[in-house]
Design a protein around this ligand. Sequence first.
Ligand SMILES: N[C@@H](CCC(=O)N[C@@H](CS)C(=O)NCC(=O)O)C(=O)O
Length: 202
Amino acid sequence: MLLIGRDLSPFVRRTVTVIEVLGLPYERRKLATADAPEAVAELNPLARVPALVLEDGEVLIDSAAIIDYLLEIGDPDQRLLPAAGAARRAVLRHSAMAIGVMEKGVAAAYEMRRRPAELVHAPWLDYIKQQVRDGLAYLEGVCGAMAAKGDMRLDAINAVVAYDYIGLVHPDLVSPELAARAALSEQANALPAFRDTQWKPD
Ligand SMILES: N[C@@H](CCC(=O)N[C@@H](CS)C(=O)NCC(=O)O)C(=O)O
C-alpha cells in the first residue's frame, strides 16, 4: 500500500505512526497539498492528504477511514483501540480531542499563512487559538495516565502527534509547564514509529 502525504500534516503523521506501530509494509509518496494540489486531487477530489492507495488501486481517504482499515487488517487483538466498553469510549474521546486540536491548529495556520495579513480577522484567529489551548489543557489531564500505561494506544498516538504539531507550527500555544505532555512525548518520540515520522523538510 502507498501512503500519500508528508509528515508535517498531523493527519498524515497520525496515520503513518499507526502503520509503523502495527508494523505493516507500505510505501510513501510525500506529496503536499500546498505544492502539488493537482497530483493529490487525482487520488482525492478534495485535494487533501492523507490518502492510502491499496494494492488493487482502491483509494482510501481521510485519516479516520484509513486508520479504521489499518486496525481491521493489522490489529486483530485490538491493542490500539479496545473492542468495546468504557476503555474504547475513553480512547475515542481522547482521540477526538487530539484530532480537534489538530483541526484547529491547521485552521489557525491557514488563517495566518493563506490569507493576506490585512484579511486576517484577529478575533476569529484568537478564538481558534484558544480552542487549541483548551484542547491541549484537556489532553494534559489525561496524558499522565497514558504515559503510565506506556502502551501507546490510539489516543496516545493522537495526543503526541497533536502536541508535536502544535509545538512545531504554533509554539506560542504550548505551555512549557505541561509536564504530562512532556513525559508522554519523550516516551513516544524515543520509539521508531514516532521518531522516524517527525517532520523533516525534504
Ligand atoms: N479530516 C481529514 C483532514 C485532512 C486535512 O485537512 N489535511 C490537510 C493537511 S494537514 C489538507 O490536506 N489540507 C488541504 C485542504 O484542506 O485544502 C483527515 O483526517 O484526513
